[in-house]
Design a protein. Structure first.
Length: 132
């Protein structure tokens, strides 16, 4: 039988304000749990994979910016929330309006989903990604 199986990725994040590339392939659900000893800040964006391991957010577009996750709390980004976030093979366009003039350009092919925790070394998030 040709049944498609889901894949689960488990990631521990203590990025200290640096982006972590989680790929862009078919996220169905993401569960985050603050396993650290302080309230964790969490950001989630789509942008160039070249931002990974750095702090710049140039050309990144936030889904979530600096949300606070209490100690031992869990945040679930379910299939409904993620339905248009990460479809494998999608084309992303950068749209802007500057001084009333709109512009549109295709984003680099190396676009990825990026996550990061805040600057504290005590911020730890366990992330479980269910992929299609």
């Amino acid at each position: 039988s040709n049944r498609s199986m889901s894949k689960i990725d488990v990631i521990k994040i203590n990025s200290q304000n640096k982006w972590t590339d989680i790929g862009i392939k078919n996220c169905k659900e993401i569960t985050l749990c603050n396993t650290g000893t302080v309230v964790a800040s969490f950001s989630f964006a789509v942008g160039p994979s070249s931002l990974a391991n750095g702090t710049s957010d140039t050309n990144a577009y936030y889904y979530i910016k600096t949300i606070k996750i209490p100690i031992n709390a869990t945040l679930v980004l379910d299939e409904q929330w993620l339905s248009n976030v990460s479809v494998s093979g999608m084309t992303l366009f950068n749209n802007s309006i500057t001084d009333g003039v709109s512009g549109r350009s295709e984003a680099p092919a190396t676009t990825s989903l990026l996550v990061r925790t805040g600057a504290s070394a005590d911020e730890n998030i366990d992330m479980i990604i269910l992929r299609r």
